[in-house]
Design a protein around this ligand. Structure first.
Ligand code: AMP
Length: 560
């Protein structure tokens, strides 16, 4: 009896929740526009690896149009990648698994018809409209359905550490219980928290949730347009741009209309043993030099400029193009195995990753600067003053260690010089390389906090993976080879037997990498040596003085 009462109570609760679900009636009036987003290609998700994957599970559906593959719109794919990255920042062992994406219109219709038959039999008293809405809660009415647009996905989270999916209270698409409703009150606190976390991360990326299924999200379909409009009007923000939501509405596609891109299939996966992911700055001061060092190390980087990923055709390396301040945390979390970043950024962010190599470019210093007309003379005069900076942790640490008390460190994310110009701060702590920017802003150097250059950082656990460690060491051999070669030149010249006597003392004054070779007979000799770039011209002049001829200088690619 108690059971029956409790069941009745539960049913009432579920029925109450259903009232707030998006209905077919809500969506029927939203029209598709012919928009450019519709020419967008479809992407087949990678099926294995540690990153975002599509894992089609047969029991979830009767159709599988591309054997075991999950297919989504390209924009949706990029957004899902971001979700996976955000998840990994929270826990490096988590992975976003998409169990369902695109479904053809025919299958949608078939699923709808089957469900409709079932509901009709179970609820003989319902009107046509009620039946439609009932079915719609599980299988969307085909004309408004999201899956046939390639914009709707069913997702869950896998935990590599515990080798299981996170506990969301029910399995994905387990319709034997109404606990699949997002707000079911009959699930545990942990299960609710997991659902909320997934929803928060997906919605931050622009997806619309569906209250009737904790795993269902969409972007660009009618449900998304309805949700986005409702959010905008609730927040009373952005009312004018509400119309824009329709511009991005995706049309449904039949499977014969799909245009695929395959370019991500390899780039997004880390499928091979020993494959590593390197995070580098997407756009900024370090980008060119970083790509240059890789190219000069014999690594062929292919990047289309737009996506987050770059492939290397000749090395087991995937490149992740990101903001430089995100690199340390991505590497810390294991979302990338290694990264190239300014040491200044690494120091500022209290990283757990290790610096494995100084790379010698992006040299600058974190320094304190004051207005040209300031009467501050030493760092101790900053006591009780305001200092603006984008490096608050490094600045605070410096003032603490130098025993300069009561400095008010004001964090700003950019344009710190401005803070002094408008009198908001008395000094700044900022990166300086040539000093040009200081002069431009009528500032002068007061004190250097530390020198910085680009460094290669590695996740602290990555070297315990034998295969990845081998790849990183292979990469380091190449980088070391290039960096050593950068500071040397090869010199060749011709001298007579008489002149040869003077060659040894000249070359040994220079910073010679190794002893030189002498080829040829007694009369005329060809000398070949590797010398420090910094002494090249000094040596050339001395060699000319002794009468050496045919002096040739070469750049060296690598010294291993
Ligand atoms: P940005 O692209 O301006 O965000 O700079 C990226 C990184 O370049 C910084 O974090 C530093 O490591 C390095 N860098 C080298 N010289 C400078 C400079 N004069 N100002 C700012 N950053 C510099």
């Amino acid at each position: 009896m108690i059971d029956a009462k409790f069941q009745q109570y539960k049913d009432d609760e579920y029925t109450n929740l259903e009232k707030s679900f998006v209905t077919y009636a809500d969506l029927v009036g939203i029209n598709f526009l012919n928009s450019t987003t519709d020419a967008e290609p479809f992407v087949t998700l990678p099926t294995f690896g540690h990153g975002l994957i599509g894992k089609y599970v047969k029991k979830y559906d009767i159709e599988n149009i591309e054997k075991q593959n999950v297919i989504v719109r390209e924009t949706v794919y990029r957004k899902l990648l971001n979700v996976d990255t955000v998840l990994k920042r929270r826990n490096a062992d988590w992975q976003l698994v998409v169990v369902y994406g695109y479904r053809s219109r025919d299958i949608q219709q078939q699923l709808f018809n089957d469900e409709q038959e079932k509901i009709k039999i179970e609820n003989p008293g319902l009107s046509e409209n009620e039946i439609t809405e009932n079915v719609h809660r599980r299988i969307a009415v085909p004309s408004v359905a999201g899956h046939p647009t390639g914009g709707a996905v069913d997702v869950t989270i896998y935990d590599f550490e515990n080798k299981c999916f996170l506990d969301f209270g029910t399995e994905v698409r387990d319709f034997s219980t109404r606990d699949v409703y997002f707000k079911s009150p009959f699930i545990s606190k942990q299960q609710k928290d997991n659902r909320s976390l997934l929803r928060k991360i997906m919605c931050n990326e622009g997806f619309a949730p569906y209250d009737g299924e904790w795993w269902h999200f969409s972007y660009g379909d009618k449900e998304w347009a309805f949700y986005s409009r409702r959010q905008a009007s609730r927040n009373k923000s952005d009312i004018l741009s509400v119309d824009n939501y329709d511009k991005y509405l995706y049309a449904q596609k039949s499977s014969s209309e799909l245009v695929y891109v395959d370019k991500y299939r390899d780039s997004a996966v880390v499928p091979q043993v020993g494959f590593i992911r390197l995070a580098i700055q997407k756009k900024g001061r370090l980008t060119e030099d970083t790509i240059n060092i890789l190219t000069k190390s014999g690594i062929d980087v292919a990047h289309d400029g737009g996506s987050f990923f770059g492939k290397c055709h000749n090395f087991p390396l995937e490149i992740l193009f990101v903001r430089d301040d995100d690199i340390p945390s991505l590497v810390d979390a294991g979302a990338a195995d290694i990264g190239i970043v300014g040491k200044n950024t690494y120091d500022e962010l209290d990283c757990k990753s290790e610096i494995v190599k100084n790379l010698g470019f992006g040299r600058c210093a974190l320094a304190i600067a004051i207005p040209e007309d300031s009467n501050i003379e030493s760092i101790f005069d900053l006591s009780g003053k305001k200092v603006a900076t984008s490096y608050p942790n490094s600045a605070k640490k410096f003032f603490d260690e130098a025993n300069v008390s009561d400095v008010e460190v004001v964090p700003l994310s950019g344009s710190v010089e401005m803070a002094v110009t408008i009198g908001y701060a008395d000094a700044i702590v900022d990166l300086v390389s040539t000093g040009g920017s200081l002069r431009q802003n009528k500032l002068k150097f007061l004190h250097k906090i530390f020198d910085s250059e680009s460094v290669l950082v590695a996740n602290k656990d990555v070297f315990s993976n034998k295969d990845k460690s081998t790849t990183i060491n292979r990469l380091l051999i190449r980088i070391n080879g290039y960096l050593s070669a950068k500071s040397y030149k090869r010199i060749m010249f011709s001298v007579s037997a008489e002149q040869l006597k003077f060659v040894n003392p000249i070359l040994s004054q220079a910073k010679l990498l190794h002893a030189h070779d002498v080829l040829g007979g007694a009369e005329q000799n060809i000398v070949n040596a590797i010398i420090k770039k910094s002494s090249v011209w000094d040596i050339v002049e001395k060699l000319r003085e002794i009468g050496a001829t045919d002096i040739v200088l070469h750049d060296i690619e690598s010294i291993i």
